[in-house]
Design a protein around this ligand. Sequence first.
Ligand SMILES: CCCC(=O)SCCNC(=O)CCNC(=O)[C@H](O)C(C)(C)COP(=O)(O)OP(=O)(O)OC[C@H]1O[C@@H](n2cnc3c(N)ncnc32)[C@H](O)[C@@H]1OP(=O)(O)O
Length: 321
Amino acid sequence: MVLSAAGQHLLRVSRPGAWGQHLLRVSRPGAWGQHLLRGIGSVSTTAKGFQEKEIREKLQAFPGGSIDLVKQESGIAVLTVNNPARMNAFSGSMMVELEERVSQLEEWTEGKGLIVQGAAGTFCSGSDLNAVRAISNPQDGMKMCMFMQNVLTRLLRLPLLSVALVEGSALGGGAELTTACDFRLMVPGGMIRFVHKHMGLVPGWGGAARLVRIVGSQNALKMLGGALKVDPEMGLQIGLADGVLEGSLDGSGANALLEAEQWLGCYTTGPASVIRAIKNVVVSGRELPLEVALRTERDVFGTVWGGPANLQALASKAKHK
Ligand SMILES: CCCC(=O)SCCNC(=O)CCNC(=O)[C@H](O)C(C)(C)COP(=O)(O)OP(=O)(O)OC[C@H]1O[C@@H](n2cnc3c(N)ncnc32)[C@H](O)[C@@H]1OP(=O)(O)O
């Protein structure tokens, strides 16, 4: 780690062979705090110096599937990774669409919750291997990685309580996507598997960093090193899964979605302003140094203190037995 004159950390990523050393410039942690303080819930990229327009154009050259978003009256939105012919693998255009959907969710001020699911009874089999083969050179791979890291970081920081509904398999980048949600609910027969090792890779969409925070470094090492198949039972045991649902009665996925909505509803009941504030204080507590997190918490507190929900609760003389 080198601290440049501009105060930016340069993370030196080396790889032996043709392309030698690359410098991935990331903004210093203090700048994250500034982002969070300025506009919690609309945090933008932590990566500098990558040409988003250029990578979008590149990714658009690999079309297929879609990322569908339905915002419901209940304040819970459903995001569906939809490419069933390829087990919901992410084509390039789906990566771009995911960024657009995240932008829409950042603008959705009435939202409280989000369920991320795969179409047709399976979650997501990671990157579309056809696109991966076409961009297997290091420069393009690095750009795709930065693009997806940025999108999934923004997804996790949305001021919505988010759940990955894991039916079927979540493989590779699909496993990484589950870690970009606050919670994971698994359906019997479901599996989360970081298969990267078998692809000669490590996670690159931020999945390893998030996994360590969810299950701890020991379990993360075992999951990545062994490319372990994490079923619902193991998921609960290591804290990767937050619940196991009954699942589809007819194979349509409808029942699992309904169950996930009910599960999430326990945490999203109440005014959007309060639910969003809860998510924001937790994000800052999770990601920021304590002093900055405390300042952020104070700022968020100021947005709800004396607000309609607070005044109504005071007037009702509520008892919390
Ligand atoms: C930083 C990101 C790292 C990554 O995500 S790398 C990608 C990691 N993912 C993989 O390697 C998944 C490879 N696929 C598999 O293991 C199996 O296809 C899988 C998902 C277990 C399903 O197995 P089966 O149920 O036997 O079905 P199948 O193999 O016949 O697949 C059905 C069709 O889906 C396709 N498919 C599945 N995963 C894909 C992918 N990631 N990219 C592109 N195409 C994919 C598969 O080729 C097959 O297509 P087709 O019917 O032969 O035309």
